[in-house]
Design a protein around this ligand. Structure first.
Ligand code: PGA
Length: 241
């Protein structure tokens, strides 16, 4: 829930320009932006050819009397290809349960959106060494009722809650450990290998180490995505060998 419509448009125009002028970035990365619902349609007009559009949540219902909710179909209409689901702020501030997130993920897949499913433990859970159990449960509930069609896919974002917006990213050691665990868990419960993004205080300064870590396919970026220079800086740093 950051910024104004004007700031969103200025940001995406700068991203579009920065990416269009960098063939090496286009070759090596896929880019998507996920602005607030109300900015989607305007931002869509400025995206250019190399940036995809996503939303930050969707309802699990199709249509009807659900005041304040936005359906997966509406997102598709607005030009979205992705939707972030189960972000820790949705879970903690808005009380979303794993079961809600499971229904949303199923609905997004049925609507041909690519879900970016966020999982991750709180600081207290990590201090009790419960991170694997917590993430396992989050994944098991979501995937309990999902059977992928051949052309369906989704992304997982490992976002330790204590690293989001704190300036304290997880260490490469902890990221590799957890991403390896998630990779194995997904193979077991879905039979599939899905890309796993890391999120939580990713910046140009730590992007190279994080994005080169094992089983890390990309980043889900919050604060540093609000300025074109740091957004593009993450990609530039990450592509250094
Ligand atoms: P951050 O946010 O990059 O500011 O830590 C990540 C997120 O909100 O997903």
């Amino acid at each position: 829930m950051n910024g104004t419509l004007e700031s969103a448009e200025i940001l995406v125009q700068a991203l579009n320009q920065g990416i269009s002028e960098a063939p090496d970035l286009i070759e090596n990365f896929e880019f998507a932006v996920c602005p607030p619902f109300l900015h989607l349609s305007c931002v869509q007009k400025d995206l250019g050819d190399h940036i995809k559009l996503g939303a930050q949540d969707c309802a699990f219902q199709d249509n009807g009397a659900f005041t304040g909710a936005v359906s997966a179909g509406m997102l598709k209409d607005a030009g979205c290809e992705y939707v972030i689901l189960g972000h820790s702020e949705r879970r903690q501030i808005f009380g979303e349960a794993d079961q809600d997130i499971a229904l949303k993920t199923k609905k997004a897949l049925e609507t041909d959106l690519i879900p970016i499913l966020c999982v991750g433990e709180t600081l207290e859970e990590r201090e009790r060494n419960e991170q694997e159990g917590i993430v396992s449960k989050q994944l098991e509930i979501v995937f309990s009722d999902i059977v992928f069609d051949e052309n369906q896919t989704m992304l997982i974002a490992y976002e330790p809650v204590w690293a989001i917006g704190t300036g304290k990213s997880a260490s490469v050691f902890d990221i590799e450990d957890m991403h390896g665990f998630i990779h194995q868990k997904l193979l077991k419960i879905t039979g599939k290998t899905l890309p796993i993004l890391y999120g939580g205080s990713v910046t140009p300064e730590n992007a190279k180490d994080i994005l080169h870590a094992e089983n890390v396919s990309g980043a889900l970026v919050g604060g540093a995505s609000l300025k074109a220079e740091s957004f593009l800086g993450i990609a530039r740093e990450a592509q250094k060998g």
